[in-house]
Design a protein around this ligand. Structure first.
Ligand code: ZN
Length: 300
């Protein structure tokens, strides 16, 4: 069985695994994202150590962004204009390829997670499907015709504009680019800024959650109307409140108001908007799936 390396490169932590699928994870390490040198150095050391005993057939990276996915671009495989200190225009893909002498597949964190969920998790058989994360940031990726969704650059679902009822929510938003975009209103830092305490410390019946469900449902309403996904997987730290997902589903039904005539939505919304099937490994296992696909394409 061929083993691959998978990296979930997040803005707050990196997860590196050695695996051939969810049933076969041979090794895993997690460490905080510090400087590019230190963080990428730790990833390289982990895989060098692992590959001493078992050959590595490639590496996949599900990477925080924005990233450059254009293979003809001189900055392909880079993190580009991130506001994260020290990480703007950091070469990820070539650096790993050179350091580990193995092919590297590269995509956004959320496209990687979408591919992981599509391959082995809660979105199997659902094409197109979407994966959203609501955590330190908000992002969305997807699978269309069997492939991660790319475009002019890549989808930035976290930065869509949402209707903002200033009376119900006078908070101006936390996005450095847009203020009250989806991420600016619904990510963990927005919750903390608006309520003066971290999301995980807010009681499950706090009014914060009704507002949170409202923003997520508004975004999902737009995504359902624009992309007609067959399933939507939502992960991320903010979703840890078990009351939140049922509230989101109810509000999505209200907002769509019976217009999208699909039994998957009208009768089975509990199986339509779902938590990740791979737990906290959607991104890292998605990176394994990216590496496997690259390996298959090189062999054929
Ligand atoms: Zn924004």
């Amino acid at each position: 069985m061929n083993l691959f390396g998978g990296i979930e490169a997040g803005g707050t932590k990196f997860v590196c695994i050695l695996a051939s699928g969810p049933q076969e994870v041979r090794a895993e390490t997690r460490f905080p994202t510090t400087t590019p040198e230190e963080t990428l150095g730790k990833a390289v050391s982990f895989f060098r150590e692992q590959s001493k005993t078992q050959p590595l057939h490639g590496i996949g990276v599900s990477c925080f962004g924005p990233v450059d996915l254009d293979r003809s671009s001189p900055t392909y495989g880079f993190i580009t204009t991130t506001p994260k200190s020290g990480w703007a225009f950091t070469d990820i893909a070539h650096y790993l390829e050179q350091s580990l002498q193995t092919p590297v597949a590269f995509d956004t964190d959320v496209n990687g997670a979408a591919l992981g969920e599509y391959t082995w998790g809660a979105a199997q058989g659902a094409d197109p499907c979407l994966y959203l994360t609501i955590g330190t940031g908000v992002g969305g990726g997807g699978i269309l015709n069997g492939h991660p969704l790319h475009g002019l650059v890549h989808p930035e679902m976290g930065h869509m504009r949402l209707p903002h009822d200033w009376q119900a929510d006078p908070f101006a938003g936390a996005c450095p680019y847009h203020g009250d975009c989806f991420e600016g209103m619904a990510a963990g830092p927005a919750l903390e800024k608006r309520w003066g305490q971290r999301g995980e410390t807010l009681p499950v019946d706090h009014p914060a959650w009704g507002l949170e469900a409202e923003y997520i449902a508004l975004a999902l309403n737009t995504l359902i109307c624009a992309l007609s996904p067959k399933r939507i997987v939502i992960g991320g730290g903010v979703m840890q409140n078990p009351e939140l997902l049922p509230m989101v589903r109810r509000r999505v039904l209200e907002l769509l108001n019976g217009y999208v005539q699909a039994p998957a939505i009208l009768e089975q919304i509990g199986r339509y908007i779902v938590p990740p099937g791979l737990g906290n490994r959607s991104g890292s296992l998605g990176a394994i799936a990216l590496a496997m696909r690259l390996s298959e394409s090189r062999e054929s």
